[in-house]
Design a binder for this molecule. Structure first.
Ligand code: 2HA
Ligand code: ZN
Length: 275
């Protein structure tokens, strides 16, 4: 028995592999964090380091994440390598009682830190935990090419992206009925992009970082990966349609069609994006 045999670690590694296989994680691109359930922490605890790492201040703070444990990809580590050597590329971090610092409890055996986007993940976990009554556990950042391409041609508004994505694949309004948020281009890795993104995530399950990628959240790996996959698939269709049609869309899903989907599937669409 090893920590790598535990379902939660296996599920985490599988999601890293899935993201790599989609082509969303060139080099060290992207990052994944999971807020552990207390029973998962107890399952993993026998494998924790005898002496935990030093506390490292994050520059951000959250009351509702005091004492939580997260699984995180390592800063500068490659998703491609996660399944080959999880213990060197991912880690479990513990948050201190003040909710403003982490220390490594397991993993990154050859040294390192949790993802450079940990402040963004942390603030977004805080916001999504609050917004979902504790259900949200996964924050996922990826670099899907079609979605990024869209950020070069569409106005950077939630309205423009939500409408384009909703209308490019019929399942979209059911999967993200509240729409998607859009963050203007910002320097990655810092507190500013963390704060801007977490503002959006009060409303949305996912936010797009202009010329950079996607931030998605959810209660488990399947739903979070599925959300990212659905958004990028829709973006791919949008890019193909504009590319092959000389920029002309001859027919699309109308706003009344969207309302009909919402009615039959029992979801409430964000009306502010409908005409
Ligand atoms: O981890 O994707 O945004 C590398 C990144 C930073
Ligand atoms: Zn990135």
């Amino acid at each position: 028995m090893s920590i790598l045999d535990l379902d939660i670690i296996k599920g985490y590694i599988r999601m890293c592999t899935d993201g790599w296989n989609q082509g969303w994680h060139e080099r060290n691109g992207g990052n994944l964090t999971y807020r552990m359930r207390p029973e998962e922490v107890e399952q993993c605890r026998p494998y924790f380091k005898a002496t935990p790492g030093q506390w490292v201040n994050m520059g951000v703070q959250a009351d509702n994440l005091r004492g939580e444990f997260f699984i995180s990809t390592g800063s500068g580590k490659y998703f491609r390598n996660v399944p080959l050597a999880p213990q060197d590329n991912i880690c479990i971090v513990e948050i201190n009682e003040a909710g403003d610092a982490w220390r490594i409890a397991w993993g990154l055996e050859k040294g390192g830190h949790p993802t450079s986007e940990f402040p963004s993940h942390f603030l977004n976990h805080s916001v999504r935990k609050e917004a979902t009554g504790g259900a949200c556990r996964v924050i996922y950042h990826a670099h899907p090419a079609n979605l990024i391409a869209m950020t070069y041609i569409l106005p950077l508004t939630a309205q423009d992206f939500t409408r384009a994505l909703w209308k490019s694949a019929t399942e979209c309004p059911v999967v993200f009925p509240e729409g998607v948020g859009v963050c203007p281009w910002m320097v990655p890795g810092g507190a500013d992009i963390a704060m801007a993104t977490s503002e959006l995530m009060k409303t949305y399950q996912a936010a797009i970082w202009a010329q950079h990628g996607l931030f998605a959240s959810g209660p488990d790996f399947d739903i979070t990966f599925g959300l990212a996959h659905t958004i990028e698939k829709s973006a791919e269709i949008y890019v193909k349609v504009l590319s092959m049609g000389g920029g002309i869309i001859r027919q699309t899903i109308t706003d009344d069609d969207l309302r009909a989907i919402a009615r039959d599937f029992g979801v409430t669409l964000n009306e502010k994006f409908l005409n």
